[in-house]
Design a protein around this ligand. Structure first.
Ligand SMILES: *Cc1c(COP(=O)(O)O)cnc(C)c1O
Length: 373
């Protein structure tokens, strides 16, 4: 059998190894200089004043909501077609998610759907830049201002992406990134809040460290905090990965272009829309959809591809179809989510992929899509 092609694959070289050794030798393994440096680096990437590193992307989103005072009794609007992390973050903060539909072309949260579900308890919108594609922030900002809502931006898949209004992460009260090995900047586990308001920065730092911020010597008095710091190992790795981001994005863009070239004439596949003018997508796997008539082949196709050593997954099962979440959350009309959720799958896209590997995945997609059952 030929070598496996993983769905995602982080890249590194000696620079990462040296950064880790430097932390080892420094004996500063937590809350040291690497964390501050990585926080400044991520803030700069997103065009923000401050960063606060935490233990995961989901924790970053939860702490963002908590720092804004959102909790029990409050509603947060979030797309139904997404990785479940943001929904779990809302529940973790004690608030209620309200699920809304996505745009059929971009698969990002649909501003009209957001407007339609705002109610008396709605406090925030949590847009997701899905698959590294910038969400329609200007339109969402208008809705947020009209209804006096906060915006917590889930940029976990989208470090490095940008649109005509600037880098992803620049909008909203707080934006959050994640560093799991399939993300554009990966360190294993970790997350980061970026923002401008110094009061929010202090609150987030307190929340990540048992309610007490050692940097300022100040403590929260009205609630407990978390133990959710980002270690020096992760931060040091993150700094090196951040330096790699531009080159790695360019390589992933090339892989995305090859996929498009190979599959665009095959009506059995609906390909992700190309980047719009003035937009840069931080490609995160290659999310395609089967033609509607082939929807019931999707699960069989995923099994058949995996049997050939091709990493692939149902990205994403709509949140309200997941076992715990079924029937639990208020939601708007979810027509697009239902339609796309039956036909979507993600195939490998990472910076080390060559033309041969794209050809192999595309060949297997074409061959297996009709016979899989
Ligand atoms: C990865 C991801 C997160 C956060 O994931 P963690 O594993 O908690 O770091 C949140 N939202 C989206 C859309 C993601 O893809």
């Amino acid at each position: 059998m030929q070598a496996e092609i993983p769905l995602a694959c982080p890249e590194y070289d000696e620079a990462e190894a040296e950064a880790l050794l430097a932390v080892l030798r420094s004996r500063r393994w937590s809350v040291g200089p690497a964390l501050r440096q990585f926080e400044d680096g991520m803030a700069a990437l997103a065009g923000r004043a401050h960063g606060v590193g935490v233990s995961s992307g989901t924790m970053a989103l939860q702490i963002a909501l908590e720092a804004l005072g959102i909790g029990p009794g409050d509603e947060v609007i979030v797309p139904a077609y997404t990785f479940v992390g943001p929904v779990n973050a809302i529940l973790g903060a004690g608030a209620h998610p309200v699920l809304v539909d996505v745009d059929p072309v971009t698969l990002n949260i649909d501003p009209d759907s957001v407007d339609a579900v705002v109610g008396p308890n709605t406090r925030a919108i949590m847009p997701v830049h899905l698959f590294g594609r910038p969400a329609p922030m200007p339109a969402l900002q208008v809705i947020a201002e009209g209804h006096r809502l906060r915006v917590v931006d889930d940029a976990c898949e989208a470090a490095g992406a940008r649109d005509e209004s600037g880098p992803v992460g620049r909008h909203g009260d707080i934006a959050c990134f994640a560093f799991y090995p399939n993300k554009p900047v990966s360190v294993g586990e970790g997350g980061m809040l970026v923002m401008d308001d110094p009061d929010l920065v202090l609150r987030a730092r307190q929340l990540r460290n048992q309610g007490n911020d050692p940097l300022s010597g100040t403590a929260i008095v009205d609630r407990p905090g978390h133990s959710a710091r980002l270690s020096e190992w992760h931060a040091a790795l993150g700094m090196v990965q951040l330096k790699r981001l531009e080159a790695s994005m360019a390589r992933r863009e090339r892989v995305a272009a090859l996929y498009r070239e190979r599959l665009q004439d095959d009506e059995r596949f609906e390909l992700p829309a190309p980047a719009a003018a003035n937009q840069r997508i931080a490609w995160f796997t290659w999310p395609l959809r089967l033609a509607p008539r082939l929807a019931d082949r999707r699960d069989g196709l995923i099994r058949a591809l995996r049997a050939e050593g091709i990493g692939c997954n149902t990205y994403f099962t709509p949140v309200h179809h997941l076992p715990f979440h079924r029937g639990r959350h208020r939601h708007g009309a979810l027509t697009v989510t239902e339609n796309v959720g039956r036909r979507c799958l993600a195939v490998p896209l990472h910076s080390a992929m060559g033309e041969d590997e794209v050809d192999r995945v595309c060949g297997l997609l074409r061959e297996l899509v009709e016979c899989a059952s």
